[in-house]
Design a protein around this ligand. Structure first.
Ligand SMILES: [Zn+2]
Ligand SMILES: [Zn+2]
Ligand SMILES: [Zn+2]
Length: 358
């Protein structure tokens, strides 16, 4: 995440709605990527979900016919707001969703709404299992469904423990499901022999392993022994699609985390830490793709900076009496999967033909 500043010079954050220094209401302009003051003749208006429900701080042109910002326009279903508790949970969901949309747009991936582009677009159903017990978090044909109850911290922690996960966050859910959406949008339509598709199989395995059987096995028996040497999480070991989704979510987590630290002025080279040296093959693309030595080195340097920073973050969270903020290890095989995720991000970020401008 970038660092944001108010016109008065005060530091703001991505979720800011007000500047305490100059006492102006502020909001985020997703097209310019900056926080701006809301002023009567400023040319921007606050998203209606911000005006009415205080769950959004994104802006749109005052002249636009739409009332909702580009992130809120992607909602197909929102929770029943007659129940006050739902409003509080929904606000947390929207915050996580906007952060996902921010990162994807920053990578350069266009995100058409499904209403505008039924084939390649994206929509969100935010539904509580209390109103519809059959709802599960997942992705299907460009619709990401999230269970509103996951925004309840206690509910989510209980799930996390029962599933044996190190970490479970709303943002993690959105990032994970975005991977399934992007896979369908960019990879599923390529021919079986396309290098990008073959590269996927080389890194993640044969995606036509029976998905229902694989997930059934995972939930019955738990992750396969020794998964730590090849996968970022135990769940990633359940099926190539889930491996991809966990890897992509992790890639976005590093992208956002590293950008946040560096935009705040934290520089790895100033740290009293030896740089973790990953072997050179950790930065290799699958053999089917053209070898890119310079890009591989750049990727490795990026990953090493993150590993250093994450060690510091873990020490800090221990210092304040919390468990490790970043409970992950990155073996060479996982680094290579992240390398492919980085390659896809570059290709998809450049490929503007796959979506309409939003
Ligand atoms: Zn200000
Ligand atoms: Zn909005
Ligand atoms: Zn998944």
């Amino acid at each position: 995440m970038q660092r944001f500043t108010c016109a008065c010079g005060h530091i703001l954050v991505f979720g800011s709605t007000h500047c305490p220094k100059c006492d102006h209401d502020v909001g985020y302009d997703p097209d310019r990527g900056v926080m701006v003051r809301l002023e009567p003749k400023g040319g921007m208006k606050l998203c209606e979900n911000g005006v009415k429900h205080k769950v959004c701080n994104w802006l749109l042109s005052a002249a636009a016919p739409e009332k909702l910002c580009l992130a809120c326009r992607m909602n197909r279903t929102i929770p029943d707001l007659n129940w006050g508790r739902n409003l509080m949970l929904w606000g947390k969901m929207e915050m996580a969703k906007r952060r996902l949309i921010y990162t994807l747009r920053r990578i350069g991936i266009t995100l058409p709404s499904k209403a505008m582009n039924p084939k390649a677009g994206l929509a969100f159903d935010i539904v509580s299992t209390l109103s519809n017990p059959t709802v599960t978090t997942g992705h299907l044909n460009g619709v990401i469904t999230v269970n509103l109850e996951e925004a309840d911290d206690t509910y989510r922690q209980i799930n996390r423990q029962q599933l044996g996960e190190n970490s479970r966050t709303l943002l993690g859910h959105f990032r994970h499901e975005s991977a399934h959406y992007l896979w369908q949008r960019f990879l599923s339509e390529l021919s079986w022999e396309d290098p990008l598709r073959m590269a996927f199989r080389e890194r993640f395995g044969d995606e036509w392993v029976d998905y229902a059987v694989a997930l059934g096995n995972h939930y019955q028996k738990g992750p396969v022994a020794g998964w730590e040497t090849s996968f970022i999480t135990g769940y990633a070991a359940s099926h190539p699609w889930e491996d991809w989704a966990e890897t992509w979510a992790h890639y976005l987590q590093i992208t956002d985390g590293l950008e946040t630290c560096e935009s705040m002025g934290i520089q790895v080279r100033h740290m009293a830490l030896p740089l973790v040296m990953l072997p050179v093959e950790a930065g290799f693309l699958p053999t089917i793709l053209k070898h890119e030595p310079a890009a591989n080195d750049e990727f490795l340097a990026w990953l090493q900076r993150w590993i250093c920073l994450s060690k510091v973050l873990n020490e800090v969270s221990n210092s304040i009496g919390e468990s490790e903020l970043y409970p992950y290890a990155i073996p060479v095989k996982v680094a290579q999967k992240l390398r492919l995720a980085h390659h896809y991000a570059k290709v998809w970020g450049l490929d503007k033909s796959k979506g309409t401008k939003v």
